[in-house]
Design a protein around this ligand. Structure first.
Ligand SMILES: Nc1ncnc2c1ncn2[C@@H]1O[C@H](COP(=O)(O)OP(=O)(O)OP(=O)(O)O)[C@@H](O)[C@H]1O
Ligand SMILES: Nc1ccn([C@H]2C[C@H](O)[C@@H](COP(=O)(O)O)O2)c(=O)n1
Length: 225
């Protein structure tokens, strides 16, 4: 009789502040290891987009919109898409207006309870394994993941990266608000500035994207031994 435990699909959890490179890194690791990919920030952004569309402003109104929402999230690292109530908002959730308001949605407790459960369901259904990124993956969503990483970078580097990504369409004051102010707001409901016990800190300030991906792939390979 085979008494070997059935190997569990690998879960890699990556948290970090805005602009630290979580999404790019997580997609790179997922591609390299043949895993699914979950951008939990996109779920909060989709909810912020729907809240704005419906005119929901108070925490109660926002919570009602989110808990009633039908969210479809795909986990292909080469084409992650998200729809809310039947509308594909994959592109729209990156608009500056969404970036400026998403923290208001993400700091509603009932929203977090609802989205954490949905994220845990997506992770549990990822039969080939998954890389999930956000702010509370290593601490709340998947605290028992075999690979847990806090990806950090100097604030100046993070602002510069976001500015380079957004180009001239967004001025430096807006970018700084999107990065630094949003992190301050977000850190009131999730701990992503200090690594929890068992979480590996990777500082990407002076590392290329590929070097960061290499480091986390090595952590995953060591965990799989
Ligand atoms: N190590 C790195 N060196 C240089 N640029 C990087 C590095 N990692 C990511 N980038 C670039 O920085 C920008 C922001 O990266 P990304 O969107 O992955 O960050 P993030 O942490 O997911 O941000 P947010 O949480 O705000 O969505 C992208 O243009 C990305 O290509
Ligand atoms: N697990 C998560 C993921 C994201 N958020 C918040 C943080 C931001 O305000 C917003 C969008 O995230 P981003 O796309 O910038 O990574 O959602 C969170 O609270 N918890």
């Amino acid at each position: 009789m085979n008494t070997e435990p059935t190997p569990q699909p690998l879960v890699v959890a990556i948290d970090g502040p805005s602009g630290s490179g979580k999404s790019s890194t997580a997609r790179g690791v997922a591609r390299r290891l043949g895993l699914d990919f979950l951008d939990t920030g996109a779920m909060y952004r989709a909810c912020a987009w729907e809240a704005a569309r419906t005119g929901a402003e108070t925490p109660e109104q926002i919570a009602a919109v989110v808990t009633a929402a039908e969210l479809q999230v795909t986990t292909d690292p080469d084409d992650p898409r998200i729809s809310i109530n039947g509308t594909d908002v994959t592109r729209e959730i990156r608009d500056p207006e969404v970036s400026a308001t998403v923290s208001r949605v993400a700091t509603v407790p009932e929203v977090r309870v609802d989205l954490v459960l949905r994220q845990q369901q997506i992770i549990g259904e990822a039969t080939r394994g998954i890389v999930a990124e956000g702010r509370d993956i290593t601490t709340v969503v998947a605290p028992h993941a075999p690979v847990r990483v806090l990806l950090v970078a100097d604030p100046d580097a993070r602002v510069a990266r976001r500015q380079a990504e957004l180009g001239e369409k967004v001025d430096t004051a807006q970018v700084t608000d999107q990065v630094i102010r949003r992190d301050r707001d977000d850190s009131t409901v999730a701990t992503f500035t200090e690594a929890a016990e068992g979480v590996t800190v990777v500082d990407s300030t002076h590392l290329s994207l590929d070097e960061v991906v290499d480091r986390i792939v090595r952590l995953a390979e060591e965990a799989a031994r």
